[in-house]
Structure formats: C-alpha cells, structure tokens
Design a protein around this ligand. Structure first.
Ligand SMILES: [Zn+2]
Ligand SMILES: [Zn+2]
Length: 166
C-alpha cells in the first residue's frame, strides 16, 4: 500500500489498513493498523496503533502458538531517496540501524512494508506453547506434554530380560 508524500498535507493523512503475511511457518495477521502520517520538518512521522495476531509452531513441541500483540508505533520516515527504493522482499531501502527510523524513496513509502518490519520485531524470539513445554522426546517422538515417553520402558524391559538371564 503505497502512500505518496504529496498526499500528506498540513492536517496529516489518515491510515487505516489490515493485511496478512507469512514468514516460513510464522503467520502474521495485522488485524488493524489505524494511525496517521504527519510532516515533521524534512521527515515524516507515522503514529498509530498496531493490532497483530501472530501464530507459529512451538519451538519445542511444534503445537500451534498463538498470541495477540498490540503496540503503539512511532516511526520516523526519511524521504532521502538516496537508498535503493523499498521492494517487495523488504530487504533493501530500510534502515534498521535505528529503531523506528526508515529511509524511503523520495516521493512515497509502502506502509505495509514498514508495518511488516515492525511486526517482525515485535514477536518474541522464544515461542513456546507454555513456559514449561516439555517438547518432543528425541528417542520415541512422544509429545511429552500429554504423552508418556516409551524409551525408558524399552530400556526397562531390556534390564528385565537381563535380570532373567542371571
Ligand atoms: Zn510446546
Ligand atoms: Zn522417549
């Protein structure tokens, strides 16, 4: 969703949008962003409320993890246009050296691209279905949160067999 700087007048410009994207198994659903962009000297400032619904597999057991994240954003846009313009993969043109600071093309910015970058920053690095998730047994593949590991049983039977030989 491209917004042209020439659309931003004295009274600012309202932004209301929602969209979804995925990064591998991570699913981001921006249920709403409602805010505005205002001119501030040579820069522009985007302010607004981001409502994000995020889901991904648990790091340990692969069960789905879902979370809702609500965040007030303040993003400063620098329309220098000296950097490669933003493209759909979101790698170029964004200066993430300073949090919330973005270099954009001279005439426009892609609000979805910015919100996408912010959404990626907002999700926690560690994603567990619950704090004490026991994960999956490497040996037998049991989902240890609600299944019993059968590895130990096999070992026990072996010991029992050895015992019989004595
Ligand atoms: Zn888990
Ligand atoms: Zn096991």
């Amino acid at each position: 969703m491209i917004i042209y700087y020439e659309q931003v007048h004295e009274e600012g410009y309202s932004i209301d949008t929602s969209f979804s994207f995925a990064e591998g198994d991570d699913k981001f659903d921006i249920t709403s962003f409602s805010g505005r962009v205002d001119k501030a000297g040579d820069a522009y400032v985007v302010t607004g409320k981001l409502n994000l619904h995020f889901s991904c597999p648990c790091d340990r057991c692969l069960e789905p993890v879902k979370m809702d994240i609500n965040e007030d954003l303040v993003l400063t846009l620098s329309p220098l246009g000296e950097y490669p313009p933003m493209n759909s993969d979101g790698e170029d043109g964004l200066s993430d050296e300073e949090a919330g600071m973005y270099v954009t093309p001279k005439d426009s910015f892609d609000i979805h691209e910015l919100l996408r970058e912010e959404a990626l920053l907002l999700v926690p690095e560690k994603r567990l279905c619950r704090q004490d998730c026991k994960g999956i047994c490497q040996g037998c593949g049991a989902a240890l949160n609600y299944e019993k590991c059968t590895c130990k049983k096999v070992t026990d039977e072996r010991w029992a067999a050895l015992d019989k030989l004595k």
